[in-house]
Design a protein around this ligand. Structure first.
Ligand code: HEM
Length: 500
């Protein structure tokens, strides 16, 4: 959720100003969940046998009680009582551990269901943590001393909590849409105040990019790295904003290969923008993507296929100041199978999850179907977009040419794969007859041959008649990735294109 300490305290103290926790019945008395309840339960699981099974007998997490004397009112009594009283560990009727004031004269709270019954206040261990943790305590003390600051902090954090997975502000709807704007967690993008490039300028820019001498691999790597930061879970990331050129993304090991490319693209951008009349400009964010388009077109041409890779201008460059460096840092990838990257700390942080499972998760975050994921990886491998430029998984002798070699070699039964290390993280592809190593690869390559569903897709692209289709499908998937974050052109009703 990317909340800092103050936001965390405000949310918990504010959230627990209201309502109650439910734990009146021992968990062992509650019936099985819907999936394993008897058929005649008709999907009504967790049968509660006590009383009517709800109201004062409600049982959810097992902890019982309210945090404040008036749990339907916005006030500061959660923090006031947390700090005013000592709390001792007790047990709820369900047997869960919770905390009760040691002072018998501490304020009581009305029972939610039984008229006239007053109960002791309650805290959970996570509530007590706000008092005993030195950093959280500082925030609590600030809010205790200033109710208005608490109210303000809660409302801001609540707004963030309930909107942060909506992505760019383009996506907000309704009359309250401008309630808070330009907040750092919204990953703000400046308004475009210049005209868009047209067909002629795009063609000229592509030529200028290729004339820099940047390789197909470098250009494809950079464009893909920018666009692949997109996460459909919270609609963040993507190429728009040009954040690949800013901290922290520019400093991540997985992205470092992009730095010299961006430097060269800066010259192209400066040169082009200096020459433009009529207020037209190209942004770095657009140029990075356009470089990728030019590279893929060149790679297809070198493979004997004339193809046009779609390009939709309109991305803008944001600034370092408008980038939430601390919270972006949490998005640093541990694994990026597309660029054959596995972090040095992988073992410590992966908790037994295999690299290819992280890769699947990444593909899912990028909204890719299994065929899109497969064709994209096969194409990226022959273009060599490995994060370090190494030849691992680059199953071709013609690097930078958009062939289906990755699939041909991956599925070739004249060749045999062997583990190169104990844990099975790297592999060698050897000639079955001579035993000579032809290629090396990682789990993130072999998964497309070893998993039966991915294998069937790989087999289609490996076919001798599969090349044209492979290029067509690759370009489609490539374009999809480049456009993942383009809410500004996805017909959203808040989007009003600028007059060129
Ligand atoms: C460390 C973080 C938190 C923990 C561990 C936590 C835990 C819980 C638990 C176990 C319950 C009881 C659920 C039930 O029995 O029905 C509860 C209830 C509740 N929580 Fe939290 N919570 C946390 C943060 C928050 C936040 C951030 C909010 C809102 C901003 C919030 C608002 C509420 C409310 C309103 C209830 C009462 C629900 C009702 O009356 O049925 N909590 N919390």
């Amino acid at each position: 959720m990317a909340m800092n300490d103050e936001e965390t305290v405000a949310l918990i103290a504010g959230g627990h100003a209201f309502g109650k926790s439910h734990g009146m019945v021992p968990a062992k008395e509650i019936g099985p969940p819907p999936e394993i309840a008897p058929m005649e339960a008709m999907c009504l699981g967790w049968h509660n046998p006590k009383g009517p099974g709800f109201a004062q007998y409600t049982m959810t997490n097992g902890i019982e009680g309210s945090w404040t004397p008036n749990p339907i009112q916005w006030d500061n009594s959660y923090l006031e009582n947390l700090f005013k009283f000592e709390w001792e560990q007790t047990k709820s009727p369900a047997g869960a551990l919770q905390w009760t004031p040691t002072d018998p004269n501490s304020p009581k709270t009305p029972d939610a269901h039984v008229e006239g019954q007053m109960n002791s206040l309650m805290m959970m261990t996570s509530d007590i943590a706000l008092k005993v943790d030195p950093e959280y305590r500082k925030c609590c003390e600030k809010f205790l001393a200033d109710f208005d600051a608490f109210t303000q902090a809660f409302s801001k954090a609540w707004y963030k909590l309930t909107h942060r997975d909506m992505g760019p502000k383009h996506r907000y709807l309704g009359p309250e849409v401008t309630i808070e704007d330009g907040l750092l967690w919204q990953d703000p993008l400046p308004e475009r105040d210049y005209g868009l490039v047209g067909e002629a300028e795009v063609a000229a820019l592509k030529e200028a990019i290729m004339a820099t001498g940047l390789s197909v691999s470098d250009l494809a790597f950079t464009a893909f790295s920018a666009a692949a930061t997109y996460r459909d879970s919270d609609k963040r990331g993507g190429a728009n904003g040009g954040r690949l050129a800013l901290a922290p993304q520019k400093d991540w090991a997985v992205n470092r290969r992009a730095a010299p490319v961006i430097e060269k693209l800066r010259d192209v951008m400066a040169d082009f923008n200096a020459k433009q009349a009529a207020g037209k400009k190209i942004s770095m964010a657009d140029l990075i993507v356009l470089g990728g388009c030019a590279a893929v077109e060149r790679a297809a041409r070198d493979a004997g296929v004339e193809a046009s890779v779609p390009f939709t201008p309109g991305r803008v460059d944001t600034t370092q100041k408008l980038t939430d460096v601390e919270m972006f840092e949490w998005l640093k990838p541990i694994v990026d199978g597309f660029r054959n990257y596995v972090d040095g700390n992988f073992k410590q942080v992966s908790q037994g999850v295999a690299p290819e499972e992280f890769f699947l998760d990444k593909a899912n975050l990028m909204k890719l179907t299994a065929p899109e994921w497969t064709v994209l990886t096969g194409g990226l491998r022959v273009l060599n977009v490995n994060h370090d430029g190494s030849d691992i998984g680059v199953l071709t002798d013609k690097v930078g040419v958009l062939t289906n070699d990755f699939f041909v070699n991956l599925t070739d039964t004249d060749l045999i794969w062997e583990k190169c290390d104990e844990e099975g993280m790297s592999f060698a592809l050897k000639d079955r007859g001579t035993g000579k190593t032809k290629f090396t690869a990682t789990r993130n390559d072999l998964v497309f041959g070893s998993n039966s569903q991915l294998r069937s897709i790989a087999d289609v692209h490996a076919g001798s008649d599969g090349h044209q289709r492979f290029i067509r499908d690759f370009i489609k998937a490539w374009d999809k990735v480049m456009m993942l974050d383009r809410y500004d052109v996805k017909g959203h009703r808040r989007y009003a294109p600028m007059a060129a």
